[in-house]
Design a protein around this ligand. Structure first.
Ligand SMILES: [Zn+2]
Length: 294
């Protein structure tokens, strides 16, 4: 048997160099086409790994969604699949984007602990669901029932405030832009479409906080690190609200298309809306003030 004589030290250097080169390609110096190819391969690998991690779960395939669930959710799984298929088609129509072939992997976890344990990193996250690297995880509808469910069924609660519309929006935005999106945009769109389709909205920040928005560039850099997450999410929705109410959904579709071509968010906003990030920030602050005073 051939044994490699390389020392641990030399191996470490080689691994370091490979990681450094890939990081450079991914974040700094590559043409967008190569970056998106690399990102696509990363998402595929992550999805295969998630599929493997849940290999004791049962699979139920729809036309566009591949649903996996544990025995706990056997009875409700067909309902969840039908809801996901329906939401997915509505979202494609609203965004005017069809990602084509391939099913979206959606995993249903029986309780909050198993959902949280499945997921150690931060990412696009709503209370009961996660979108990360090409696939969606959701809490079981049974686990969403509050202790005082006021006679509501798990199905009703899931349709009213389940995370599927929100997470499927993240999936479509990621597909359309090949990962070239900014968090405030995808969080704003997810909440905008959630409100349109199910009527669900997150809580609003206090009136005082609404007058002190984060700069969009700081949200671009560090969305999850902003101390007031309620404000960050709400501001994202207000920004998308402003863009769609003032300029129409078609311009939003144009913005996503531009991002999908590898154009930076600053240049795409400038090209589609004639706005810099700073101008958009100011316009949204004005929009909020006029809303709250009116
Ligand atoms: Zn989200």
């Amino acid at each position: 048997m051939h044994r490699c004589r390389m020392s641990g030290w030399a191996k470490g250097v080689i691994v370091f160099l490979i990681v450094a080169i890939l990081t450079y390609i991914l974040y700094v110096g590559s043409p967008f086409g190569f970056k998106s190819l690399f990102y696509g391969a990363f998402k595929k690998t992550a999805t295969i790994y998630l599929d493997y991690q849940t290999n004791t779960f049962t699979v139920l395939n729809g036309e566009n969604i591949s649903l996996k669930y544990s025995q706990h959710d056997e009875n409700i799984a067909p309902f969840v699949l039908a809801a996901a298929e329906n939401f997915y088609l509505q979202l494609q129509r609203k965004l005017n984007f069809n990602p084509g072939s391939g099913k979206v992997l959606v995993i249903v976890y029986p309780d909050r602990i198993s959902l949280n344990n499945s997921f150690g990193l931060s990412g696009d996250r709503s209370a009961d669901g996660v979108y990360w690297a090409g696939s969606i995880r959701t809490l079981s509808p049974y686990a969403m029932l509050p202790p005082d469910s006021a006679g509501k069924t798990a199905e009703e609660v899931f349709m009213e405030k389940g995370p599927l519309v929100h997470e499927l929006t993240h999936y479509l935005v990621d597909r359309q832009t090949s990962g070239n999106y900014t968090r405030w945009l995808t969080e704003g769109l997810a909440q905008y479409l959630e409100r349109e389709i199910t009527g669900y909205t997150l809580e609003s920040p206090a009136r005082e906080s609404q007058l002190h928005l984060y700069s969009l560039s700081s949200l671009d850099r560090d969305y999850d690190q902003q101390p007031d997450q309620v404000l960050a999410y709400w501001q994202s929705l207000e920004t998308v609200d402003y863009l769609i109410k003032e300029h129409g959904i078609e311009k939003m579709q144009e913005l996503l298309t531009a991002l999908g071509q590898g154009i930076t968010i600053d240049k795409a906003l400038q090209g589609v809306y004639g706005l810099s990030l700073g101008m958009l920030n100011e316009a949204v602050q004005g929009y909020i003030s006029s809303e709250t005073s009116g």
